[in-house]
Design a protein around this ligand. Structure first.
Ligand SMILES: NC(=O)c1ccc[n+]([C@@H]2O[C@H](COP(=O)([O-])OP(=O)(O)OC[C@H]3O[C@@H](n4cnc5c(N)ncnc54)[C@H](OP(=O)(O)O)[C@@H]3O)[C@@H](O)[C@H]2O)c1
Length: 249
């Protein structure tokens, strides 16, 4: 029997594509997001592409920590076990600081950082009680340095990266693996309104690459690695005046 994984943000983009790639590798899947119709569609797509695939769905808003905590044992029961939890749900931010979009910026941090924390915290508690497991989360290259036009998004992803590193250190002596995924630009609705998306790859390709890292239990993975793995080291060194005239929107 393949591994069992719960994923948040599975109704679209990276989550949906990674679920398909994992199903092809024999994973049993619990797909969650708020839009249940899209989840049902994703499940049907997987079942028709991968005969015999085991997929279950549940509506879940990651900003509801109690609902997140309840989803973990639900997935374990539905899939006869749980080996991995992928905190992937995320949204973009409002815009430039001081532009009247604080509500959207706060919402971004609530989903991307607090929602991921709720997911990872509940998953770790369950794994500790059941012999171990793999914690996976989607950060972003935008978390390597605060980028103009997307301050709240960068902050949410930098916060998540720090949280994942602390989590890795806290669980080092336990049968817990932590996999941090840092995408560059993958073609999904989250970035389709941006004016520039350098080195873009399509969602299916992104999902394949991420599934490979999940399988390998990579500790940290930049996707695609070229050229974004370098951004991890170069972005913090870039003079601010070079960044200032740019920005994603
Ligand atoms: N695409 C990229 O280039 C890129 C780059 C770096 C990082 N990322 C990260 O990758 C992750 C997936 O994004 P994507 O690119 O696949 O964008 P997407 O196609 O817009 O998908 C976002 C997913 O998050 C879910 N979601 C949003 N708010 C939620 C909430 N409150 N509760 C539960 N689920 C929620 C959405 O489902 P519902 O609306 O149905 O709830 C959807 O399934 C995000 O964390 C994003 O920040 C993406």
């Amino acid at each position: 029997m393949g591994r069992a994984l719960l994923i948040t943000g599975a109704s679209s983009g990276i989550g949906r594509a990674t679920a398909m790639a994992l199903a092809r590798r024999g994973y049993r899947l619990a797909l969650t997001a708020r839009r249940e119709t899209l989840l049902a569609q994703a499940a049907r797509e997987i079942e028709s592409a991968v005969p015999g695939a085991r997929v279950t769905i549940r509506a879940l808003d990651v900003t509801d920590a109690d609902a997140v905590a309840a989803a973990i044992p639900w997935a374990a029961e539905a899939l006869d076990g749980l080996d991995a939890v992928f905190a992937n749900a995320g949204i973009g931010s409002g815009g430039r600081v001081g532009s009247g979009q604080l509500a959207a910026d706060l919402r971004c941090v609530q989903v991307n950082l607090l929602g991921a924390m709720a997911t990872l915290d509940a998953a770790l508690a369950w794994f500790r009680a059941h012999g171990g497991g793999q914690l996976i989360a989607t950060g972003s290259v935008a978390g390597f340095r605060g980028l103009p036009g997307t301050a709240a998004y960068s902050a949410s992803k930098a916060g998540l990266a720090a949280y994942l590193e602390a989590l890795r250190a806290e669980t080092l002596a336990e049968p817990i693996e932590v996999t941090a995924i840092y995408p560059g630009f993958i073609d999904t609705p989250i970035n389709q309104g941006l004016r520039s998306r350098p080195f873009l790859i399509d969602a299916a390709d992104g999902g394949e690459r991420i599934a490979r890292h999940i399988e390998r239990r990579s500790a940290r993975a930049v996707v695609p690695a070229w050229p974004w793995a370098m951004a991890r080291y170069l972005l913090p060194l870039l003079p601010t005046r070079l960044l200032a005239g740019r920005g994603l929107r």
